[in-house]
Design a protein around this ligand. Structure first.
Ligand code: PMP
Length: 284
């Protein structure tokens, strides 16, 4: 693979980042993952806007303009002959000369890294016909989950807890209510109404979430943005998750209990189709 590091396109084996990089030592960095379908970027503007917001919340600016970021994304698609997959982007507070809790001096260059991940047939994943199984785990992450930081240890542990339990992923629960999945937003459907956690500092403001809710409302589906419990989810007709790399993915089992019929439901299935169709139309 050819990757991008601080202004240069280099073979992945030659890419270098300092051991003092703030993301490496302090998780002081943010990231974005943008899907690529048919060589085109899905919802690039949404990801760029969230990147700017995440950086702003941490007192950082954008390392370059959105147009320049788009150019690098496109260049990586071309150089890696990427058809379907993802582009990972990370921006950190840079690498001062030593380890220090205090932020480095103004003007310390940020570290900017991008790389591609090829996933042929990403949109036709057989998993979407099958649905995934989730377990519930306590949400013990920090309180600013709206900032997309690289501090992913607990979500990573959650994924392993799920695997160990024979499931695919975990939904995190705080104060009795579901926040989100380890790397996705969580939804249930009851009597035709789509329910998903309201935006706040408790969850990541998913770019796919925003698009899917817009398409749902445009299709005259009812949407409620509010907290829901695991019991409510188990008693729902359907459940699903959304993320840039999974799009809309049905959830068919929660903590070993079947959701609805135990098969992907009509609402999740339709939303997946609408999402893929509409977002492909405006892909760049
Ligand atoms: N929540 C969390 C915790 C995530 O890590 C992600 C994926 N990065 C999402 C939700 C979904 O966000 P998006 O639709 O922008 O990929």
């Amino acid at each position: 693979r050819t990757v991008y590091v601080n202004g240069e396109y280099v073979p992945e084996a030659e890419a270098k980042v300092s051991v003092f990089d703030r993301a490496f030592l302090m998780a002081d960095g943010v990231y974005e993952v943008t899907s690529v379908l048919g060589g085109r970027l899905i919802d690039f503007d949404g990801h760029a806007a969230r990147l700017e917001r995440s950086l702003g919340e941490l007192g950082m600016g954008m390392p370059m303009s959105r147009d320049e970021l788009l150019t690098i994304h496109r260049e990586l698609v071309v150089r890696n002959d990427l058809t379907d997959g993802m582009i990972y982007l990370q921006v950190t507070r840079g690498a001062p000369g030593d380890r220090d809790f205090a932020f480095p001096p103004e003007g310390t260059p940020q570290t900017v890294v991008l790389f591609t991940q090829s996933k042929p047939g990403l949109a036709d994943s057989p998993l979407a016909k099958q649905g995934i199984r989730v377990i519930s785990i306590p949400d013990v992450r920090w309180g600013r989950r709206d900032i997309k930081t690289v501090q992913l240890l607990y979500p990573s542990m959650g994924k392993m807890m799920a695997k160990k339990a024979g499931a695919d992923d975990a939904w995190m629960v705080e104060d009795g209510a579901v926040t989100e999945g380890t790397s996705n937003n969580a939804y249930i459907v009851k009597d035709g109404t789509i329910v998903t956690r309201n935006l706040g500092t408790e969850i990541l403001h998913g770019i796919t979430r925003a698009a899917v809710l817009r398409f749902a409302r445009e299709a005259q589906m009812k949407v409620e943005e509010r907290a829901f419990t695991i019991d409510e989810a188990k008693a729902a007709d359907e459940a699903f998750i959304t993320s840039a790399s999974m799009f809309v993915m049905p959830v068919v089992e929660i903590d070993g209990d079947a959701v609805g019929s135990g098969a992907p439901g009509p609402v999740a299935t339709r939303l997946r189709e609408i999402y893929l169709e509409e977002s492909r139309k405006v892909a760049v």
